[in-house]
Design a protein. Sequence first.
Length: 136
Amino acid sequence: MRNRFHKNPSRGQVSAKQMTSRSHYLRGRGASTLEGMLVAFSVAPTTAESDDGSVSKAVAEAVRIVRDSGLPYELNAMFTLVEGEWDEVFGVIKRATDAVVAVSPRVSLVVKADIRPGFTNQLSEKVQRVDALLGD
């Protein structure tokens, strides 16, 4: 199967190489950076710290890095959500991952991103829109 990004660029479609360029991605979108990014990530050692399977000490060190970054974030039982600009958010994820790598020979990292240039405060506003529809 042919990669869909290798179609004819002269028809307004871009190559896979062009898609890796943030400046090309943002051209015509009215945004100068990849601001307004929400990222859910989970980083944890693949080996437990104790007999009960807890990895909370390593996770706490990762969350401390997120908290100290100053970026808006939320913590839940499965993921940490962080909002900000591309380089800021992925810099925090890298540092959080490095903290877990320091205490474990193998680490699991899961990342999911919602990239909407020009949108900010979505960490709370997305939830508020759903709550409004539910009448809460």
